[in-house]
Design a protein around this ligand. Structure first.
Ligand code: SAM
Length: 212
């Protein structure tokens, strides 16, 4: 179902936007985005739109997911920490790229609903937990990659510590209204920061994020 629309979405938005990572393109051709949005929104699932997923949260634009996935520079063997499971779409795209994903979500009911969807769709390489992602998930650290899908006022210290040597983290940092996507690479105890485009994400709420 929706296969033609999904392929069109990838061509019209993802490839047209300049995404060249074949693994990202192949994954986005596979993941059924319409199952990650509310039933009433399914007809809009293959537009380049962020859509409501309940609990005051949104699923990111497909082009944002594509761009962040490409910026992670994955070969397919990495272990990834995702902060902000939300609908689960970003995690599913990463799982389709062959990596192991550890994903944290602070809204318990949303996390449980998304875990059920992963089970139904057979995404067994995604591990989820309910909790404050600004503190990371120490049990499985260090991570080759960290992706934060909500906007943070700063780069959380705990996440930097959980990034593996030669690892890479993608995180939107800035004000609540707009943020710069930051690409952080670790070289032993040195961290290098590059800035990508300005974006708008929902806020990262937590001890090392925004307060409610
Ligand atoms: N990756 C998601 C997707 O594919 O749908 C994007 C979801 S949304 C843009 C960001 C998510 O981050 C929301 O579900 C929100 O509840 C969650 N979030 C915000 N602060 C968080 C925190 N401190 N720890 C874990 N999740 C958090």
């Amino acid at each position: 179902m929706y296969e033609r629309q999904r392929k069109e979405m990838v061509e019209k938005y993802v490839v047209a936007k300049g995404i060249t990572d074949e693994k990202v393109i192949a994954a986005m051709r596979k993941v059924p985005r319409h199952l990650f949005v509310e039933a009433a929104m399914r007809h809009q699932a293959y537009l380049d739109k962020s859509l409501p997923i309940g609990f005051g949260q949104t699923i990111s634009h497909p082009t944002t997911v594509a761009c962040m996935s490409q910026l992670l520079e994955l070969s397919g063997n990495e272990r990834i920490l995702e902060i902000g499971t939300g609908s689960g779409y970003q995690a599913a795209v990463l799982a389709e790229m062959g990596v192991k994903v550890y994903s944290l979500e602070r809204i318990a009911d949303l996390a449980r609903r998304t875990q059920r969807l992963f089970d139904e769709l057979g995404y067994y390489t995604i591990g989820t937990r309910i909790g404050d992602g600004t503190l990371g998930w120490t049990a499985h650290a260090p991570y080759d990659r960290i992706i934060v899908t909500a906007a943070s006022p700063d780069i959380p210290e705990g996440l930097l510590k959980q990034l593996a040597d030669k690892g890479r983290m993608i995180i939107p940092v800035g004000e609540k209204t707009e943020q710069k996507l930051m690409i952080i690479t670790r070289d032993t105890e040195e961290y290098h920061i590059l800035e990508d485009y300005t974006r708008k994400f929902v806020p990262l709420i937590g001890k090392e994020g925004w307060t409610l």
